[in-house]
Design a protein around this ligand. Structure first.
Ligand SMILES: [Zn+2]
Length: 238
């Protein structure tokens, strides 16, 4: 008898594989990130295909194979239709999932990481989301990094450990956190100027869930500043 198991997953990516099959990357609640083969999904009559669209939350049955593990059956539970019907939301989800795929290692399950991705997709799907979607993906990136152990130091100077006060501060990419004005001469290559509001927003992103963050009012200037810091910090670790 073939060995099978069922697990809740979020579909991360699907690429063509052989004539009718696809290679599907999923993040599963029980086993973490998995690469699975979905047979026949490119055939018109495929019952699996619709359930395995990227960003879907789906229950799947995995069949262990000698060379690959297969998706034997799938049933989608959440399809996030507003993401799929909006190019801007779709781009933000794509960006976030791409970062997720790069930062999350294979076969390391973590409930907190699973919830974070599910909550991000759910909030992005909401029609009430007023914050720029690209920035929203940035919020997810920073929260994901904190969840995975790359939490930036946002309270004490990464060079001298003194408490960060308002005024002249930097975000040092290589040391992974804030650097106070007294240490500006010690900065490495990758250090970005950060405003007081930028510091407050980074702290708030880590401390609050998506439901709370949804109500934040953020100026265009602050949005650009924080987006640049988060994406630079993320690039540094990828
Ligand atoms: Zn310092």
């Amino acid at each position: 008898m073939e060995e099978t198991y069922c697990t809740k997953t979020i579909i991360l990516n699907r690429t063509d594989f052989r004539e009718y099959d696809s290679r599907t990357t999923v993040y599963s609640l029980d086993k973490g990130k998995l690469e699975l083969v979905a047979r026949g999904v490119k055939k018109i009559k495929s019952k699996l295909a619709a359930h395995l669209e990227p960003f879907n939350l789906a229950e799947i049955m995995v069949v262990r194979g000698r060379k690959f593990d297969y998706i034997g059956a799938a049933a989608s539970r959440k399809c996030f239709p507003n993401i799929k019907g909006d190019l801007e939301k779709l781009a933000a989800a794509g960006k976030a999932v791409n970062v997720f795929n790069k930062l999350v290692k294979a076969e390391e399950a973590d409930k907190g990481t699973f919830s974070l991705l599910e909550e991000f997709l759910g909030s992005l799907d909401s029609r009430e989301l007023k914050i720029g979607h690209d920035l929203w993906a940035g919020f997810f990136t920073l929260k994901l990094m904190a969840q995975l152990g790359y939490k930036p130091e946002l309270y004490n100077c990464v060079a001298c450990n003194k408490k960060i006060t308002s005024g002249e501060n930097l975000f040092d990419l290589s040391r992974g956190g804030l650097m106070g004005g007294e240490c500006l001469n010690k900065k490495g290559n990758g250090a970005l100027v950060i405003s007081d509001n930028g510091v407050k927003l980074l702290r708030a992103i880590i401390d609050n869930n998506f439901t709370k963050l949804k109500n934040f009012k953020i100026s265009v200037k602050l949005e650009e500043e924080v987006k640049t810091i988060i994406s630079s910090f993320c690039q540094y670790h990828i």
